[in-house]
Design a protein around this ligand. Structure first.
Ligand code: TRP
Ligand code: ZN
Length: 853
C-alpha cells in the first residue's frame, strides 16, 4: 500500500479551471442520497490539460458535458475529464450514504437530521469538484426530502422557492449571491425547535435570526441568540463591519467534530456551544457560547468575504478571527481574565505543541492531512501574532489596516502576506522582520539580565532571544518581539511603562535617571508568545503581585511564585531533602484571599494554582513522580496556611449570585478540601442546595481527588438526575476521567458500556478519553503504562469510526520527549501498536510517524 504523501506550500499553483456557478440538487434518502451537481466551468489561461476533480467515498453515476455523455477516467480519488472545450456545463451525479458516514465529514446524519461539514476537504465527499478554497462559485441548492421527518430544509443564502411534492415529500431552493469556496457550503434537513428574532443593522437593514435546536430545547437557545445579537452590534461598532445577507441561521447538532462552523449564512454548531440554562450549564459554558457564537459570526468577514488562497493560509482567517473573538469577549467582560485564559492556552498547550513532533509555524509549509492543522498554533498563536501587530500599530492604525485589507481583497482568496501588506501599507510600521513569525516554528526563549549603576542612576536590561530548532527547521532568525515592561520603584510607583522593540539577537535597553534600583515587571500582558527567562527573586515577585499596574502581571507573578516553589521542592526531593515553602509565598497568597480591592474573578484566577500540565511546559525534562509530590505539598501548604481565610471567603460568598463571586467561592472550596477531607461535608451541602450547574459541578470537582463515599454517592445522584441530558452527562464523564486516583482507569473501562457513552459521538469521546489523557496527568502517566495502553486502545478503535477525533486526542501520547526513559519507551511502544493498524487513517499516520521519526 502506498503511504500518504505530504503537500507543500511552495508547490502552490493557481487553479487550471474556474467554476463560476454550481447548482446542487439533493434528493435525500437513507442509504442512497443522490446529488446532481451542475457547474459552469471555464479554462484558466492557455493550456491543454484535463479537468481534474477530487472526490472521496463517492459512487459516481454519471458525467455529462453540455448535455452529452462525457469521457472520463476515474483514478484514486480523482475524476479526470479530458476535453478540448474552454468553457462548458458539467453535470455530475453522485450517490452517497449519509447514514454510514461516521467520520462526520461531508454529508452525515446527526440524531436523525442530515447535516454537512465541508471544511477543510469534506465537499469532495458530496460531489467531484475543485475542492480548494481559491475556487469561488455562486451556489444554488435544491433540497428534497420527506416532509414529516424533515420539515426544515436549509442551505446557504436566501430561500428562493419551496413546495410540496408527491409521496409526502417536499423541497426548498436556496441561493447564495456571494461567491464562496466549497468548504463554506452547508445543508441541513431535519425537525427542530426554532427560536426566531431579528436584528437591524447600522444601515437599517433588517436581518432574520434563527437558532434551530433539537426538539424540547427551545428554552436553552436564548443565550446563543443574545450572543449573536451582541456579536453583530460589536462588529459594527469596533470593526465597522455589517452583516450582508437577509438571514442568519444557526443549527445545533449533537454530532460534531469541532466547536462550530461558519458556513455562509448557515452556521452549524456543536450543541455544547448553543444550549444553556442555569440548571444545566456552568458560567464557563455561558462564556464559551458567547465566544464561539462571536467567533463564527466574525468569520463572515474574516474568512468568508475574504477567504484563504490555500489551506496553508488557514491562520489568515483563524488567527484573525480568534483575535477578534478575544477582543469581543474582553470588551464585553473582564479584559484581564480573558487575557489570562488566552495566555494559559498558549503556555499550556501551544508551547507543548511547539516542543513536540507536530511543531509547525502558524503558516505550515507541509501537510499530510489538513484536519491535523486546526491547531492551537494556527488558531491561538496565530491570534497572538495578530495581537502583536495590534500592539505595534495601535488600535487606530490597526483598524486602518483592516479597512485597507477589505478594500483590496473583498471577494478574494488571499494569503497571510496580503494581510500583513495591508497592515504595513496602512501604517508607518515596517513589518518585514515581523513576518518571520509566520514561517518560524518553535517558542522563542528570551533571556533577560538586569544591571543597575547606583552612581549614574542608570538601569539596563539586556535581552537575548533564541528560538530552538524544530523538526521542520534547525536554523532560526531573530524575531521582532514587542516586549512590554513596567519598572516599579520600592514604593510600588511606576517609573517606566512601555513596549520595547526587541529585534536583535542581543539588545541592551538603557534607562536613565532611575534614582533607585527598580523592580522590573517583564513581558507584561504576555506581549509576545515567548518563554521568559529571568531570575526573579521571591521579593521581586511579591512586589509585582502587590504593585504592578497590570492585573495580568499580578497573576503572572503569582504563577511564578508558585511554580518556583514547586520546582525547588522537586529538587529537594531528588536530593533527599525535606520539602519547604518560603513563608513570604504563603503571605502573598493569603494577601490575595484577604484583598478588598481585587476583582473577584482575578482572585479566583490567582488562586487556581498552576496545573501539573502547565508546570510540565515550563521545563525541558520532568521528573513526574517528584513533580506530583512537590505540587501536592505546595498546594497543601498554601491552602492550610489560609484555612480560616478560605472558609471566611467561602461563607461570605456562599449566596452571592454572580459569576465572579461563584468562581472565587468555588476555588476556596476546592482548596479547603486539600486541607481536610472533613470539608467534604461542605461540598455535599453545596451540592444538595445548589441552584445552578456551576455550584453543583464545583462541589463534585472539589471532591474528585479520591473515590470517597460521599463523592460516589453524589456522583450517582447526579447521574440519576441528568441521565437524559447528554451535555450534562459529558461533565459527569469528565469527572470520572479526571479522578485523581488509581481506580480511575478501571472505572473508565466499564464506562465504555454506559448508556451515556458512545464512540460515535465526539463530545462523549472527548469527555471520557480526551479529558483523561489531557487532564489527568498523573494517572495517564502511570508508571505501569496502563494509561498509555488505555489511550492507544481507544485510538485504535476510533481509527475506523472517526479519524479526525482519534488524531486529536492522541496529542498527549506523542509529546513524550520530556519524560523519563521508561515512560518514553512505553509511550513509543503504544505508538508502534497504532502504526501497525491496518488501514490506518492519514490523520493518525501523520502524527504517529512524526512522533516516531
Ligand atoms: N472553521 C471552524 C472554526 O473555527 C473550524 C471547524 C469546524 C473545522 N468544523 C471543522 C475544522 C471540521 C476542520 C474540520 O471556526
Ligand atoms: Zn474559526
Amino acid at each position: 500500500m502506498s503511504q500518504p504523501q505530504a503537500k507543500f506550500l511552495r508547490d502552490y499553483q493557481k487553479p487550471k479551471f474556474k467554476i463560476s456557478h454550481i447548482d446542487l440538487d439533493f434528493t435525500l434518502a437513507q442509504k442512497q442520497t443522490q446529488v446532481v451537481a451542475t457547474s459552469k466551468v471555464f479554462r484558466q489561461g492557455h493550456h491543454q490539460e484535463p479537468l481534474v476533480l477530487v472526490g472521496d467515498e463517492l459512487t459516481l453515476l454519471s458525467v455529462m458535458i453540455n448535455g452529452n455523455k462525457a469521457e472520463y477516467q476515474l483514478l484514486a480519488g480523482e475524476l479526470v475529464i479530458d476535453t478540448a472545450l474552454d468553457n462548458f456545463e458539467l453535470q455530475i451525479i453522485t450517490q452517497l450514504d449519509p447514514e454510514a458516514n461516521s467520520s462526520l465529514e461531508g454529508l452525515y446524519m446527526s440524531d436523525g437530521a442530515y447535516c454537512t461539514q465541508c471544511e477543510a476537504e469534506g465537499f469532495r465527499r458530496i460531489t467531484y469538484f475543485l475542492d480548494r478554497p481559491d475556487v469561488l462559485a455562486i451556489y444554488t441548492v435544491r433540497v428534497e426530502a420527506d416532509r414529516q421527518a424533515f420539515p426544515y430544509l436549509l442551505s446557504n443564502g436566501n430561500l428562493i422557492d419551496s413546495g410540496e411534492l408527491q409521496g409526502g415529500r417536499h423541497y426548498a431552493k436556496w441561493h447564495d449571491p456571494f461567491p464562496k469556496p466549497a468548504y463554506l457550503f452547508a445543508l441541513v434537513a431535519g425537525d427542530f425547535d426554532l427560536l426566531e428574532d431579528k436584528f437591524t443593522t447600522c444601515n437599517q437593514r433588517e436581518v432574520k435570526l434563527q437558532v434551530f435546536v433539537d426538539k424540547g430545547n427551545l428554552s436553552k437557545a436564548h443565550h446563543a441568540m443574545a450572543s449573536l445579537k451582541k456579536s453583530m452590534t460589536w462588529d459594527e461598532s469596533r470593526f465597522n463591519l455589517e452583516y450582508d445577507l437577509d438571514i442568519y441561521m444557526i443549527v445545533a447538532v449533537d454530532f460534531f467534530n469541532m466547536g462550530a462552523m461558519e458556513n455562509k449564512g448557515l452556521n452549524v454548531f456543536n450543541t455544547k456551544f448553543v444550549l444553556a440554562d442555569k440548571a444545566s450549564a456552568t458560567d464557563d459554558d455561558y462564556h464559551g457560547i458567547e465566544s464561539v457564537v462571536g467567533h463564527e459570526y466574525f468569520h463572515n468577514w474574516t474568512g468568508n468575504r475574504v477567504t484563504c488562497r490555500d489551506w496553508f493560509q488557514l491562520s489568515l482567517k483563524e488567527g484573525l478571527t480568534v483575535f477578534r473573538d478575544q477582543e469581543f469577549s474582553s470588551d464585553l467582560g473582564s479584559r484581564a481574565v480573558n487575557r489570562i485564559h488566552a495566555i494559559k492556552a498558549i503556555k499550556n498547550q501551544q508551547f507543548a505543541e511547539d516542543s513536540g513532533p507536530m511543531a509547525h509555524p502558524i503558516r505550515p509549509e507541509s501537510v499530510i492531512e489538513m484536519n491535523n492543522f486546526y491547531t492551537v498554533t494556527v488558531y491561538n498563536k496565530g491570534a497572538e501574532v495578530i495581537r502583536m501587530m495590534h500592539t505595534l500599530l495601535g488600535e487606530a492604525a490597526f483598524q486602518q489596516g483592516m479597512k485597507l485589507y477589505f478594500e483590496r481583497h473583498d471577494g478574494q482568496a488571499v494569503t497571510c502576506d496580503d494581510f500583513v501588506a495591508a497592515m504595513q501599507d496602512a501604517s508607518e510600521v515596517d513589518l518585514t522582520q515581523f513576518k518571520r513569525w509566520y514561517s518560524q516554528a518553535g517558542t522563542p526563549q528570551v533571556d533577560v539580565k538586569e544591571h543597575y549603576d547606583e552612581q549614574a542612576h542608570v538601569y539596563q536590561l539586556t535581552l537575548s532571544q533564541m528560538t530552538p530548532a524544530t523538526p521542520d527547521k534547525a536554523e532560526k532568525q531573530p524575531l521582532h518581539i514587542p516586549f512590554d515592561i513596567e519598572l516599579l520603584d520600592v514604593d510600588g510607583d511606576t517609573v517606566f511603562n512601555r513596549v520595547l522593540d526587541f529585534t536583535e539577537e542581543t539588545q541592551v535597553f538603557t534607562f536613565d535617571g532611575i534614582k533607585q534600583k527598580p523592580i522590573p515587571s517583564l513581558l507584561q500582558n504576555f506581549s509576545a508568545p515567548v518563554k521568559l527567562n529571568f531570575n526573579y527573586s521571591v521579593e521581586q515577585l511579591v512586589h509585582i503581585m502587590r504593585f504592578a499596574t497590570s492585573e495580568v502581571a499580578k497573576w503572572e507573578a503569582s504563577v511564578s511564585l508558585f511554580s518556583q516553589s514547586v520546582w525547588q521542592n522537586v529538587e529537594r526531593l531528588q536530593n533527599n531533602q525535606s520539602m519547604y515553602i518560603d513563608p513570604r509565598i504563603l503571605d502573598a497568597f493569603k494577601g490575595v484571599i484577604l484583598a478588598q480591592d481585587l476583582d473577584k474573578a482575578l482572585m479566583a484566577e490567582i488562586l487556581t494554582l498552576a496545573s501539573a500540565s502547565s508546570l510540565i511546559e515550563q521545563k525541558d525534562a520532568v521528573d513526574l513522580d517528584s513533580l506530583a509530590l512537590a505540587r501536592e505539598f505546595v498546594v497543601f501548604e498554601v491552602a492550610s496556611d489560609c484555612e480560616d481565610e478560605l472558609l471566611a471567603r467561602f461563607r461570605e460568598l456562599e449566596k452571592v449570585d454572580d459569576a465572579a463571586a461563584r468562581a472565587l467561592k468555588n476555588i476556596c472550596l476546592s482548596l479547603l478540601l486539600k486541607v481536610e477531607q472533613s470539608y467534604a461535608a461542605l461540598a455535599k451541602q453545596q451540592f444538595q442546595s445548589a441552584e445552578n450547574m456551576t455550584d453543583s459541578l464545583a462541589a463534585l470537582s472539589a471532591l474528585n481527588s479520591e473515590s470517597s463515599l460521599i463523592r460516589d454517592e453524589l456522583m450517582s445522584q447526579f447521574e440519576r438526575q441528568w441521565i437524559d441530558t447528554p451535555l450534562v452527562m459529558d461533565k459527569w464523564l469528565v469527572l470520572h476521567a479526571t479522578l485523581a486516583c488509581s481506580k480511575c482507569i478501571n472505572q473508565l473501562q466499564s464506562l465504555f458500556e454506559h448508556e451515556a457513552f458512545s464512540f460515535n459521538n465526539p463530545n462523549r469521546v472527548r469527555s471520557l478519553i480526551g479529558a483523561f489523557a489531557a487532564g489527568n496527568t498523573f494517572e495517564f502517566h502511570r508508571k505501569d503504562g496502563v494509561g498509555y495502553q488505555f489511550l492507544a486502545d481507544a485510538i485504535i478503535k476510533l481509527n475506523s469510526v472517526n479519524p479526525q477525533v482519534a488524531a486529536r486526542i492522541i496529542t498527549p501520547l506523542i509529546q513524550f520527549k520530556k519524560f523519563d526513559a521508561t515512560r518514553q519507551a512505553m509511550m513509543k511502544q503504544q505508538l508502534q501498536r497504532i502504526l501497525a493498524v491496518e488501514e490506518l487513517s492519514k490523520d493518525l499516520y501523520e502524527k504517529v510517524t512524526k512522533a516516531l521519526a
